[in-house]
Design a protein around this ligand. Sequence first.
Ligand SMILES: [Zn+2]
Length: 492
Amino acid sequence: MKKILIAEIAQEVSTFNPVQTNYDAFQIHHNENLFDYHNRKPTQMGGAIKVLKKYFHIVPTIGARATSAGPMSEDCWEKISTEYLQNIKIHKENIDGIYLSLHGAMQGVSENDPEGWILKKTREIFGKSIPIVFSMDLHGILTKKMITYGDAFTSFHTYPHIDFFDTGKRAAELLRYMISGAKLTISRIRIPALVRGNELITETGCFGDQINKIKKLEETKQIISGGFHIGNPFTDVPELCSQIYFIYDKYHKKNNEEIKTIAEEFWNNRARMQSNLIDIGEAYKNSKVTEGTIIYTDAADAPSSGAAGDSNYIIKFLHQKKYNKKVLAPITDPALVQKAIDFGFDNEFIGQLGGYFDKRFKPYEMKFKVRFISDGDHIEESRNVKRNSGKTAVLISENFTIVCTSKPISLFDRSVFLGAGIDPKKYDLIVVKSPHCRPEFFDEWSQINLNIDAPGSTSANLHSLGHKICERPIYPLEENTKFDLLIEEKTI
Ligand SMILES: [Zn+2]
């Protein structure tokens, strides 16, 4: 039976988060533990495992994934990259194919293309004849190095993401095809545009049109694989952009017209695909007259996009306005959690909320009562995998219920509330620190969702961030950016 090496290296970075990612932030699994963590789970690797185990002997090596945050520290990248190499090298003589589960938007303070580095080193170890296939998030920045040293790839077709499993399965099928001897051609077009906002929701937004066309070409076997990456606008790396790719083999006619058409459609929609942010004062006027639950989206402090999660901007505003309905809000603040633990359950104390990591937020003083303390273990609602938010406290301050975690944790669903025994439906106003969540989590049952123009390291107000590394000009940072439609090709 042929042997397939599998590994996972994944994180999404916001360059504008001042807190570097340390090695401890990574959840690491080795060998059989990696297989067990993902087997039968709705993750990218879970999908790949489902296909691969039917046909091959799987060799699990290393999995390292971290919640989105600031760039990896020098020491962190040194350890992660060294550990990766050590774990794959020992299988050098004995492998027929490689599947890597990646995100695509990693960055280290000393390495702007970690995934490109991983693929280059993997290629150097295993040589040209071993197929390397990887899967990615459509927020990943697919680089020249990744395309040069990898053979083929698949990407999510959904945003908010619900096709982790399917994307892994498609990558595994692609690897299987390559092992049977398929020779592939990759075409891609890079588009100098950064986009955000509701139009990116693939079910309802205009970006869905481009994705649907790619899916149709895949379904009707006109291409083997295709994807549209919008990149992560907060990962300020040299090759940050939007891009489309098609993968063909000799049985497919090259669909150059189609790839150009889809790229042009996207470019023409670039102004529509920007965020519609609302000033918090305006939002507040609406909130007072609305019945039912109101969502204040604080995507500027979204840990799933790479922010630190310690913004107190909305809580402070509502508290100072003496908003008196029931508010539910998450925040990351290890010092405040520790203070809650020191005072203990059911006791009151005066504490400083927020601004623990990101100094653009000044700590805000409030009086709290400790309602709940836990070690932070909970199940992620979206993917049914175990997660940990570090020591976590639920603090009550008059009409405010604040779920305070020690570690930033993705808030694209309700896990952090449910894990603390809280039913969000019982609240009048909820702060959601994610640009978009699956509709059933909040939007389907709330009255209104207002996307607040708040400060933060993942603000959709892209001009506010200060990009320094990515290639310029790029829309909307330069309004008059030109798009030269150019197809790049690689044949294996
Ligand atoms: Zn993503």
